[in-house]
Write a protein of this length. Sequence first.
Lengths: 349, 263
Amino acid sequence: MVETGRRKFDKSASLKLAALAVALVLPILPFTSEYLIHVCILIFLYMVLALGLNVVPGFNGLLDLGYVGFYGIGAYTAGLLTVNFGLSYWLIMPLAAINGAIWGVLLGAPTLRLTGDYFAIVTFGFSELVVLVITNEIWLTRGPLGLPGIEPVSIDFSWFGGPVWYLEGDTPGVYYLILAMVLLTLFVMTRVQNSRLGRAWFAIRDDELAAVSCGVNLLRYKVIAFAISAAFGALGGSFYARWVSVLSPTDFAFWESFLVLCMIVLGGLGNIWGVLIGATALVSLGEILRVVLPLVGLPMNVRFLFYGLIMVLTMRLRPAGLLPIPAVAERMRIVGARRKKPVAKVFNK
Amino acid sequence: MKPILEIKELSKNFGGVTALSKVSFSIYEGEILGLIGPNGAGKTTLFNCVAGVDKPTSGRITFHARNGGEVSVGGKKPEHVTALGIARTFQNIRLFDALSVLDNVKIGRHCRTKSNFFGAVLRTGFQRREEREIEESSREVLAFTGLTDRYEEVASALPYGDQRRLEIARALATEPRLLMLDEPAAGMNPQESKDLMNLILRIRNKGVTVLLIEHDMKVVMGICERVVVINHGSWLAEAGPHEVAKDPKVIEAYLGSGAAVAS
């Protein structure tokens, strides 16, 4: 029994290492085109976003429909700091993440008292609000005109007479930058997942009343989750700003939130490895549809129909996702057979 | 004997419904106190008031803290009550279904530990020491409750009796001075409830005071030193288990099932 468990672990670990090795050598392989690198960068970007979002619905069981708001805040933070102050990306990265976290706390602290759908509605409203502010505060963001001319990321050795490298467009440099960000996010998530903080989140997800009885302060831990999730959303946004170099409010429309949510539900809510698979699958699907849809004479927006279809099929066939956490799959199985336990009591505050 | 928890004139209304009205009694350090009463008598509401889940309408609940100070518990948040040293289990089992047995107990350690996000990410020395402590004391508690060989199993996969035990283990992991058990023997077979009685006695012998809601009179008779009876939200009687069982008022409250109590 122990023997097979061990082998299984080795297998999944070697699979992960193999995937990492492929990701590391991909840009220098002879057949790799600029387009392939572009798609990979997109996949990695969505991996960071999906891992960040996963903290809220995956670890805490709270539906968050406003994630793109933090993505937008991060992007515009990076864009404006670059355009107005010319700050280095290495400084902007933490600043954007911190700004995301601050907004996460500002939004979360008053609204995380709400439960279930009510909270989801508030988050949805928040992301729309972010887009409206970006569109209308023209003095700051140039509104619908967009924010062009954001410099690409650079590695600057000129202070001791070395070269300055620009990481721009769909090049291996940008590729490795975002890959490093994926690894950083993964590192943080795996560590948090196996800590007191992660356990408190899982407790909240499984049973709020039991969690408070163990001494978990619900609001506090939900706000922490929301802030961390927002920080990674903003981190992804800051990369996006320096990568595409032009920002416009339409980049942060509601459907982006839904797309990232689809990724984590498809991959397996709460499982960070499943989330990676979900991001890969849906970004690839988007690229395939981009080619296929015009061929059969359908408009591009039909792709949303496919995302919806995938969600319906996932719910029907694999409700716990492609790569569920064993425990959640177990629960899904049990819930089918047993009456669900009463909803956590709403405290009379 | 020193009281550990004093309940004075405790009332609780839900809208127009009076769930508890002016209930008063005390729990003394180191005893096992039974709380019985017919269905709907307000036993669980009383638990919820002490545990901070329900806010009392009026009355005082005073907890005597370890350092000798008195703390008013009524209206405190549940997590503060747990931190003070009052732990509870639930009438309908509330485990963290998707987590392993060990993780369930580890969460019980939450209120006695501190490390947070940065500790987790940076794996500071403090965090690693704390994790080790959490792991060790959780295993200790599981061994104490007799769940040694099931650490890695998912909590919801445990047999019913073990789920009850695990809930007690999780409550014990919070290092309570007062443990409140809400019908722990419900649905157990005779062997399981015998094991449970044993466990409760061992918990008491460790110095933990136990407040027990229970319908299974064998369990109440077997381990409780004193019994408080409530009916329709009011205090009805308070005595040793055998006197209570003979009390005509109590028998009347239970009506049909009273005959079984008296026998």
